[in-house]
Each structure stands twice: as structure tokens, then as C-alpha cells.
Design a protein around this ligand. Structure first.
Ligand code: FAD
Length: 300
């Protein structure tokens, strides 16, 4: 249980607090036990207030995006889960084909805003169900595009509540990795460099990529996207299929019949079901193919 004095101090008009909040409501897997406390912060000041108090009272915190790359334990999350709302959901056109937006903005919202401003470059991200913060943290990518191609800077808050920025090269982007993956800094906002483009061309490309997604991926079942990173020289889905694991089930968790790189929640799956299935897949692929699969999804 969290210190009641701490709970009193985090209360503010700028922070919405939910106690014993089921994380299944905040993950695309629809899985996860209760978080002791989920706080939706609306401004940099309210975020700094919580971070500072967490340090003072030794309460752990976790930054939640849209929960689309997470498997949250059935035991839930101890401490505070922080979600960025309010001012973190703003999108602003700066100049020179640049957009700056809060880390809480959805990629979908950003893609639509960029298209409406006739700015191209983000079409690849249409259909990735994450937030801007989560996308930069993960260096999300699809169809030959990655966040690293369009980010020129980001601003973050460190554990002391101080604010700093990274320029493009300081992000240390690589496949599903950024400088943020290795530390506990909180992305506040991100600036993107885009390119003037005809709106209809942007719309057509977004539509084309969404159609490809809907054809290939189990978009009508709860999941967290591709479970495994792409191993060098292979495709995880192909390896899994060659090991006859397509459709393999543990409890409510199943290797998708449509795309073997996905595990879907067929209803009532627990995090333990998914974990057991992941371990089984890793073991079989290692034994049968000699390839070590690494998880892309994060277990919390
Ligand atoms: C159907 C489906 C399809 C998908 N397709 C793709 C795809 O094509 N390509 C791809 O790359 N991914 C894909 N994903 C995975 C997922 O959408 C991405 O990884 C996405 O970038 C995660 O963003 P999020 O906001 O949901 O982050 P979360 O899942 O909430 O969090 C992921 C990590 O980011 C951290 N984080 C989030 N926000 C911040 C912040 N502001 N500051 C610091 N850390 C932060 C969290 O602490 C956590 O460690 C897919 C997922 C689903 C369900």
C-alpha cells in the first residue's frame, strides 16, 4: 500500500487519480492486474510534482503510453503509473515543415494532423496504435519507415524533475531502441521534420498501408503487436510457423492464426498464459531452428 501522506500530497487539480486501477483497461492486450495508483497528469508542473514526491517517498513509477507494447503482470503494478494527458496532447506547427507535439499525442492523431497540414513523412506510422512518447522510446517503425527518420529533437524530464533535450543524433536510435530505452527519463514533447506533400497522395499511402495491415494482422483481436524482434536474417513469424506453432494455445492466449508473430487474447487470457506461450515458442524455435528469439513487447 502506498504511504497515505504521499497520496495526500499528489492530489492536485492538474492530476486525475485512479486507485487500484485495472491495467487491462489500459493495454491493447486487455491483460494486467491492478496498478496501486494511476495518475493522469495534465502539465509539466504536475508531472514534476509527482516525480519529486515519488523520489522523496521512495515510490516507484512507470510511464504509460497507450499500452500497445506491454504485457502487464496479473499481479498488477506497485507504485504509481503515470499517464500524460492535458497539455501533453497538444500538436503545434512550428515552421519549416516542422511539427512539435506532446508525448501523449496518439500516432493516429499526429498522422492526421500532419496530413491535414499537407506534410508527408509519417504515413508509415498510420496504424501503429501507440503514443508519440511510446513510439520514440521504441523507435517504432513499419513498411520501411521508422520514427528515427522524422524526429529532429525531443525534450525530457529526468528523475530529478529537470528538463533537457536531445538533438537528432543523441537519440541513439536503432531497431526498436532509442536512448530512452536504457533510462528512466520521461519524454515530454517531440519535434518532427516533415516534407510538404500533396494531401491526396498522403491519404492514398496511409490507406494502402492500413489495408496491408488489415489483410495480414489480427487487428480484430486484442494483442500487443509483434511479440518478438526480427532476428537477423530471419522473420520471427516464419520461424514460428515452420515450428508448427501457428494456432498454438495456452489458456486464453493463442499464436494468431492470421500472423504467427502475434499472440492474441482470445478472451480471458492471463499474463501468465502469454508468458508460458512465449517461453514455449522460444524453446521450440531454439531447439528446432537454432535461433534465439528476443521479445519486443515489454513485460511489466
Ligand atoms: C495491433 C498492433 C500493431 C502494432 N504494429 C506495430 C508496428 O507496425 N511497428 C511498431 O514498431 N510497433 C507496433 N506495435 C507496437 C506498439 O504500438 C509500439 O511499440 C508503440 O510505439 C508503443 O507505444 P505506446 O504509447 O503504446 O507505449 P506503451 O506500450 O505504453 O509503452 C512502451 C514503452 O514506452 C515507454 N514510454 C511510453 N511513453 C513514454 C514517455 N512519454 N516517456 C518515456 N517512456 C515512455 C513505456 O514506459 C514503455 O516502456 C503494434 C501494436 C499493436 C497492438
Amino acid at each position: 500500500m502506498i504511504n497515505p501522506e504521499f497520496m495526500d500530497l499528489i492530489k492536485s487539480e492538474e492530476t486525475k487519480i485512479y486507485l487500484n486501477e485495472p491495467m487491462s483497461l489500459h493495454t491493447t492486450f486487455r491483460i494486467g492486474g491492478n496498478a496501486d495508483c494511476l495518475c493522469e497528469v495534465k502539465s509539466v508542473e504536475s508531472l514534476r510534482n509527482i516525480i519529486t514526491l515519488c523520489r522523496e517517498y521512495c515510490v516507484p513509477y512507470f510511464i504509460l503510453g497507450l499500452g500497445s507494447n506491454l504485457l502487464v503482470s496479473d499481479n498488477g503494478i506497485r507504485g504509481v503509473v503515470i499517464k500524460l494527458g492535458g497539455k501533453f496532447n497538444e500538436i503545434n506547427y512550428i515552421d519549416n515543415e516542422q511539427i512539435c507535439c506532446g508525448a501523449g499525442v496518439t500516432l493516429a492523431g499526429l498522422c492526421v494532423a500532419a496530413r491535414n497540414m499537407s506534410l508527408g513523412g509519417l504515413e508509415f506510422a498510420w496504424g501503429i496504435p501507440g503514443s508519440v512518447g511510446g513510439a520514440v522510446y521504441m523507435n517504432a517503425g513499419a513498411y520501411d519507415g521508422e520514427i528515427k527518420d522524422v524526429v529532429i529533437s525531443s525534450t525530457y524530464m529526468n528523475e530529478k524533475g529537470e528538463i533537457h533535450s536531445y538533438n537528432k543524433s543523441e537519440h541513439d536510435f536503432s531497431y526498436r531502441h532509442s536512448v530512452y530505452s536504457d533510462m528512466n527519463n520521461i519524454i515530454l514533447n517531440v519535434t518532427f521534420q516533415l516534407k510538404r506533400k500533396n494531401q491526396d497522395e498522403i491519404t492514398d499511402r496511409m490507406q494502402e498501408l492500413m489495408d496491408r495491415r488489415r489483410t495480414k494482422q489480427p487487428t480484430n483481436h486484442p494483442s500487443a503487436g509483434s511479440v518478438f524482434k526480427r532476428p537477423k536474417g530471419y522473420y520471427a513469424a516464419a520461424l514460428i510457423e515452420e515450428c508448427n506453432l501457428k494456432g498454438c494455445t495456452v489458456g486464453g492466449a493463442q499464436v494468431s492464426e492470421k500472423h504467427s508473430g502475434f499472440i492474441v487474447n482470445n478472451g480471458g487470457a492471463t499474463a501468465q498464459d502469454v508468458k508460458t506461450l512465449i517461453e514455449h515458442i522460444k524453446k521450440e524455435v531454439k531447439e528446432q531452428k537454432g535461433v534465439e528469439l528476443c521479445c519486443e513487447i515489454k513485460y511489466i
